[in-house]
Design a protein around this ligand. Structure first.
Ligand code: ZN
Length: 181
């Protein structure tokens, strides 16, 4: 059994005026990312939208010292970007479509994602979204440590750091044993 983990494809990470945007690089994967997501939803497979949820006034959160405020709770920056938004809205009530607010890079950190996957007998996670070398990377590392098979959709991940993107793709393949498709 497989699942799709859709990471942080939001206005703040993708829109031209987003707070921490991947810009044209991130916008360039919209069609592929939406197509993959639609296929998973139509096949009745588990789809997890794992989305940053930040409070810029949280003095205990290390990201507040590292990055400008982004994906702030209650702002439009947290909305899914482009055609992914209506796709999610049209399917959000399906029992296979889940939303996970996350505080950290990894979709597994502080969420019950691992339990939800195990309950369903899911052993293989497919990952799309941004950024390849930050939230996608940390999610993939946690998935590796939890024993999941990993598939990375190369045309549906991106970063604001082109070198980091390329490095992460090599790391997925050579160090995490991921399949790159
Ligand atoms: Zn963040």
């Amino acid at each position: 059994m497989k699942a799709l983990l859709s990471i942080d494809y939001t206005e703040d990470f993708v829109a031209t005026d987003g707070a921490l945007t991947t810009g044209e690089a991130g916008q360039g994967i919209e069609e592929a990312l939406v197509e993959i997501t639609r296929n998973f939803i139509e096949n009745g497979e588990f789809v997890a939208f794992a989305i940053d949820a930040h409070d810029p006034n949280d003095q205990y959160h290390p990201e507040n010292k590292l990055f400008p405020p982004h994906n702030v709770i209650g702002t439009d920056g947290r909305h899914l970007y482009g055609k992914l938004a209506p796709l999610y809205d049209a399917n959000r009530d399906k029992e296979t479509v889940y939303w996970f607010d996350k505080r950290h890079y990894s979709a597994f950190s502080g969420t019950d994602l691992d339990i939800r996957l195990r309950e369903r007998g899911i052993t293989e996670v497919h990952i799309t979204g941004v950024c390849t070398d930050i939230c996608v990377l940390h999610t993939a590392v946690d998935a590796y440590n939890l024993g999941y098979q990993i598939v990375i959709h190369e045309k549906a991940v991106q970063s604001f750091d082109a070198q980091g993107h390329e490095w992460a793709l090599r790391h997925f393949k050579n160090t995490l044993g991921a399949v790159i498709v």
